[in-house]
Design a protein around this ligand. Structure first.
Ligand code: NAD
Length: 257
């Protein structure tokens, strides 16, 4: 699959799944725009490393996905957007009657509203180019729920719904819009939850991973960022041109339960 000549913007891509997807898109030949809210030497070094290793053009553009104007500015600054991967996301775990309002607002802004703004800004560019692929990174929590994750589950169900709407609005154009629903992937977002869960359940790291995190993942294995990158590349391929408005689960069987 060659994505040579296409420009891919991946939000929240200086770490974890976004970075893994950016690597696979670059390996498939797409020019890449990396993004996060930071603007560090490491961010720009990552772009330089990816460009050197894959031979494509890689830029890092700082933009805070919690702010609508930054989301739109990211797309405008990139100047071209053939492939849009809405990946930026955060998590907070608390019972609903104790859920901090600022955390609720931040999760809805970063995990849901940002995709509204980036898609609104990117679609005219895709229409002008006569081709477009939107890949929204939802979650198994876009299809099922867990306790204490009200904001995350609401945002992820919201992104699955918005994916379907955008797919219908673009159905007769050479543009597709789909969501990938990962189960647990061992990224910094998940790694950060391990120490608290160890304390909460008085369990070892291994037991937390196997009996708490992967409890609902029948494969008992984490999905990998490379597998998610491969799925995103597939959704950008010609073979996937009639796949639109749907979800692809990469969850080791979680949603089959
Ligand atoms: P991560 O913490 O490694 O990466 C999150 C990325 O989002 C980082 O690059 C971070 O810099 C960026 N980000 C956070 N706030 C931002 C902001 N305000 N503006 C711009 N960028 C911002 O986490 P991850 O596990 O790679 O998660 C990536 C996506 O995958 C999220 O949407 C998450 O909900 C989803 N997801 C993760 C898992 C998992 O098990 N790791 C499972 C299902 C879905």
């Amino acid at each position: 699959m060659s994505l040579t000549g296409k420009t891919a913007i991946v939000t929240g891509s200086n770490s974890g799944i976004g970075l893994g997807i950016a690597w696979e898109l670059a390996r498939a030949g797409a020019d890449v725009v990396l993004n996060s809210f930071t603007d560090s030497e490491e961010d720009h070094a990552l772009a330089a490393e990816m460009a050197a290793e894959t031979g494509v053009s890689v830029r890092y553009i700082q933009a805070d996905m919690s702010k609508g104007e930054d989301c739109r500015a990211l797309i405008e600054k990139a100047g071209r957007c053939d492939i849009l991967v809405n990946n930026a996301g955060i998590q907070h775990v608390a019972p609903i009657d104790d859920f901090p309002v600022d955390k609720w607002n931040a999760i809805i802004a970063i995990n849901l509203n940002s995709a509204f703004h980036t898609m609104a800004a990117a679609l005219p560019m895709m229409r002008a180019a006569g081709w477009g692929r939107i890949v929204n990174i939802a979650s198994a929590h876009g299809l099922t729920a867990s306790p204490y994750k009200a904001a995350y589950v609401a945002a992820k169900h919201g992104i699955v719904g918005m994916t379907k709407t955008v797919a219908l609005e673009t159905a007769q154009e050479p543009i597709t819009c789909n969501a990938i629903c990962p189960g647990y992937v061992l990224t910094p977002l998940v790694e950060a939850q391990i120490p608290d869960t160890m304390k909460e359940y008085n369990m070892s790291r291994e037991d937390v991973i196997k009996n708490v995190m992967l409890e609902r993942q029948p494969s008992k294995e984490f999905a990998t960022v490379e597998q998610l990158g491969g799925t995103a590349v597939f959704l950008c391929s010609d073979a996937a041109a009639q796949i639109t408005g749907t979800t692809i689960s990469v969850d080791g069987g979680w949603t089959a339960l």
